[in-house]
Design a protein around this ligand. Structure first.
Ligand code: TRP
Length: 344
């Protein structure tokens, strides 16, 4: 199913998003943002700042959410997402997100949430007093996020795949029960689905304090890289080292354009012919080369807060229109839009 845009051109839609709970990092870049950038030209994109969803486990940190709406938007602009082409949307400014979440929740079996592996592990990690009904229901609200603009494709990190799978099931069920309203969206996982943290753990994530942020300055990047975890089995530079599972090389592979240098480091590392410090220094340079233009653009936008606000408001305005249309169709399909017609 495609939507018509402009003069008879059909273009498919993307909906994806991020919760505003901190600045974005290298893991976001290779896991998702890179795909968003690439697909901006081919799809009509909706990039959601999921503040409702952030409340799910950060309801006690509203200041952080407020601050992060700005940080995330700046990060998006800094990496090159273009608010003229793509809609930047604040979730709670389009209340239809909440309405569709509720309506879809009636056709969603409890077991679907109970079995969701991402939700399960996140709930396990949350202290009991922070396990709210709203948090339990967040994959449901994510289903509504995706279906509201009738997205065809959802480019995300791999932990989000179960939510997109759930979206497909709900779309199918709705279409079967009521009327063909929603496309079944596909998932697109990034080049590096899970970038390791600087501490070597399986995932870069703010809560673990093992991130390199897109907004980190050159000195911070240097400090973080120089104290990075590498190969714990290697005590001296002359010991043969391991490249596999070593975040140092994972980052080189992901961000160092000089592939000959990376290949040379790997060969010497395995042979015990290069020290961590040399490999780290080269990584600092590669990362700073990659981040420099991002920092520059970020500073430019940070100095022009009106542009940042305009980006959010314009995208939100565009989305409101589409949201109202979808909700009209949904209510009509469910036959909850015109009760009085049966009174005649
Ligand atoms: N759960 C996503 C994250 O934590 C954010 C998100 C909210 C999202 N709604 C979405 C992602 C819809 C993709 C589609 O980053």
């Amino acid at each position: 199913m495609t939507e018509s845009v402009g003069s008879g051109i059909t273009i498919k839609r993307i909906l994806t998003g991020i919760r505003p709970t901190g600045a974005l990092h290298l893991g976001h870049y290779v896991g998702a943002l890179e795909n968003w950038l690439r697909l901006q030209d081919q799809y009509e994109c909706f990039f959601l700042i999921a503040d409702y969803q952030a409340l799910g486990d950060h309801f006690h940190e509203i200041d952080l959410i407020r601050e992060s709406v700005r940080e995330v938007t700046l990060d998006w602009l800094a990496v090159g997402l273009d608010p003229d082409r793509s809609a930047f949307v604040i979730q709670s400014y389009v209340p239809e997100h909440a309405e569709l979440t509720m309506l879809l929740s009636f056709i969603t079996p409890l077991g679907m949430l109970e079995r969701n592996p991402t939700l399960k592990s996140e709930l396990d990690a949350l202290p009991v007093e922070r396990r709210s009904v709203g948090f339990f229901n967040y994959p449901m609200s994510q289903v509504a996020d995706i279906l509201l603009p009738k997205a065809h494709l959802v480019p995300v990190g791999d932990d989000q795949a179960p939510h997109v799978e759930m979206t497909r099931e709900i779309a199918r069920k709705f279409n079967r029960m009521f009327a063909e309203v929603f496309p079944e969206p596909d998932t697109l996982i990034g080049r590096i689905p899970r970038l390791r943290g600087t501490d070597g753990s399986a995932k870069m994530s703010k809560s673990k304090g093992n991130v390199i942020a897109l907004s980190d300055d050159a000195d911070t990047v240097k400090r973080k890289v120089m104290s990075m975890y590498t190969d714990p089995t290697r005590l001296r530079a002359s010991d043969p080292g391991h490249v596999e599972g070593n975040p140092l090389f994972e980052y080189h592979d992901a961000f160092n354009q000089d592939t000959a240098q990376v290949a040379d480091f790997k060969a010497r590392y395995v042979a015990g012919k290069v020290g961590d410090v040399e490999v780290k220094k080269a990584l600092v340079e590669a990362l700073n080369r990659f981040l420099a233009p991002i920092r520059t653009r970020r500073d430019e936008y940070a100095a022009k807060p009106q542009l940042v606000e305009d980006a959010l408001m314009e995208g939100t305005r565009r989305t409101r229109k589409i949201a109202a249309e979808t909700m009209r169709e949904v209510r009509a399909a469910m036959r909850i839009d015109s009760y009085t017609t049966v009174w005649e």
